[in-house]
Design a protein around this ligand. Structure first.
Ligand code: NAD
Length: 364
C-alpha cells in the first residue's frame, strides 16, 4: 500500500455519530480505490467526553489528535450540558482542541450548487454563481482575550467582561492565509473589521495593508462588519475570499452558509502552520432536534472528509472523487429533509450514505 495515514475520528454529540459513520464508509472506499491506507481511531470530545470522563477534552483525546495526520470531527453540544458553567461545557472541548493543535485559520467555503439553488432563501438571480471562502481567525480575538469573566463590582453588581485583542503577529499569519487562499481562487480578498470603532480593528486593517504589496496579484478591499453582513445578503456574488477576526467570522460564515440554503451541506477546515495536524468538520452543530432519527444530512460531514484529503493529507484526487460523488447523488434527485424540494427523492442519513457508496463504486 503506497501511503498510510492515521485519522482521528471525533463523532461527538447529537447527530455526530450518524453522520460520522457515513463519512468513514466513504473514506474507506476511496482509500481502497486510490490505494491509501487509513488507520482510524475514535476519541471522545464534547458532551460525550463530559459524560465519560468529566472533561470536554480529555488529555488522551488531544494526544491522539496530535499523533495523527488529520482529525475528522462531527459536532458537539446539546441541551443536556447547557446548564454547566462555561469552563465545563462541551464548547470548551472545541476551543481547547483548536488551541491545543495551534489551529489559527478556519476555512469555510459557501458555494451555491446548481442542484440546490431552490433551497436558498434568496432570489435565484442574487445567489446563482455564489462561491465564497471565509477565512476566519480561530485562536485569538474576543473568545480568548484576557481579562475575561463575570466580576462583582464595588457596588455588588455583576459585570461581564471579554477582551478583543490581536497582536501584529497573529494578524499577519491569518492575513497571509487570506492572501494565499485568494491567490488560489479569483484573486480578490475582502478584509472585514470594525475599524471605525475598535482599535484592535485599526491595527488589523493597518497590518493587512502592510502585507498587500507582497501579493500584487491579489486585490485587497476592506469592509466594516455591519456593511459586510448587509452586502452578503444584498449582493453576495461580489465576494471571493473574506478574511476576518474570530467573532466576526463566526457570525459571517453562518450568514454565508445560509445563502446556500442548508447548513447541512457546508464543510470546513481548521489549519495551523504548514505540516501540522488539521481538523475537518461540518459548519453545523449537533442538531439535537433531529438526533437519533436518521434525518441528518451527512453531506457536510462527507465534504469535510474531502477537505481532509485535499488540505490535510494533500490527496486532491480523493477529494475530487468524493465531491463528484456528492454532486452526482444530488443530480439524481436524492435529498435529505433539510434540502428537500418538490419532486425529489427524500432519503434518510443512512440511505444517503448508501447512495454515495453506490455512486462511488460505479465511478471506480
Ligand atoms: P445546529 O447547527 O446544530 O442546528 C441548527 C438547525 O439546523 C437545526 O434545526 C438542525 O436540525 C439543523 N441542522 C443542522 N445540521 C443539520 C444536518 N446535518 N442535517 C439536517 N439538519 C441540520 O445549531 P444549534 O441548534 O444552534 O446548536 C445545537 C447544538 O450544537 C448546541 O449545543 C450548540 O452549542 C452546538 N454547536 C456545535 C457546533 C460544533 O460542534 N462545531 C457548532 C454550532 C453549534
Amino acid at each position: 500500500m503506497a501511503q498510510q495515514y492515521r485519522i482521528t475520528l471525533l463523532p461527538g454529540d447529537g447527530i455526530g455519530p450518524e453522520i460520522m459513520a457515513v463519512a468513514v464508509n466513504v473514506l474507506k472506499l476511496v482509500g481502497e480505490q486510490l490505494d491509501l491506507g487509513f488507520e482510524f481511531q475514535s476519541a471522545l470530545i464534547g458532551g460525550a467526553a463530559i459524560d465519560a470522563t468529566g472533561e470536554p477534552l480529555p488529555s488522551a483525546t488531544l494526544e491522539t489528535c496530535r499523533s495523527s495526520d488529520a482529525v475528522l470531527l462531527a459536532a458537539i453540544g446539546g441541551t443536556k450540558w447547557d446548564t454547566l458553567p462555561s469552563p465545563e461545557r462541551p464548547e470548551q472541548g472545541l476551543l481547547g482542541l483548536r488551541a491545543g493543535l495551534g489551529l489559527f485559520a478556519n476555512l469555510r467555503p459557501a458555494k451555491i450548487l446548481p442542484q440546490l439553488i431552490d433551497a436558498s432563501p434568496l432570489k435565484q438571480e442574487v445567489v446563482e454563481g455564489v462561491d465564497i471562502m471565509v477565512v476566519r481567525e480561530l485562536t485569538g480575538g474576543v473568545y480568548f482575550g484576557r481579562p475575561k469573566g463575570i466580576f462583582v463590582t464595588e457596588t455588588g453588581e455583576k459585570r461581564g467582561v471579554n477582551t478583543m485583542a490581536y497582536t501584529e503577529a497573529e494578524i499577519d499569519r491569518i492575513g497571509r492565509v487570506g492572501f494565499e487562499t485568494a491567490r488560489k481562487r479569483r484573486g480578490k480578498l475582502c478584509s472585514v473589521d470594525k475599524a471605525n470603532v475598535l482599535e484592535v480593528s485599526q491595527l488589523w486593517r493597518d497590518r493587512l495593508n502592510q502585507l498587500a504589496p507582497e501579493y500584487p496579484d491579489v486585490e485587497l478591499s476592506h469592509l466594516y462588519v455591519d456593511n459586510a453582513a448587509m452586502q452578503l445578503v444584498r449582493a453576495p456574488k461580489q465576494f471571493d475570499t473574506i478574511v476576518t477576526a474570530n467573532l466576526f467570522g463566526d457570525i459571517l460564515s453562518d450568514a454565508a452558509a445560509m445563502l446556500t440554503g442548508s447548513i447541512g451541506m457546508l464543510p470546513s477546515a481548521s489549519l495551523g502552520v504548514p505540516g501540522s495536524t488539521g481538523v475537518f468538520e461540518p459548519v453545523h452543530g449537533s442538531a439535537p432536534d433531529i438526533a437519533g432519527q436518521d434525518k441528518a444530512n451527512p453531506l457536510a460531514q462527507v465534504l469535510s472528509a474531502a477537505m481532509l484529503l485535499r488540505y490535510g493529507l494533500n490527496q486532491p484526487k480523493g477529494a475530487e472523487l468524493i465531491e463528484q460523488a456528492v454532486w452526482q447523488v444530488l443530480d439524481k434527485g436524492n435529498r435529505t429533509g433539510d434540502i428537500m424540494s418538490f419532486g425529489m427523492n427524500q432519503l434518510g442519513c443512512r440511505a444517503m450514505g448508501d447512495a454515495l457508496i453506490r455512486t462511488l463504486s460505479q465511478s471506480a
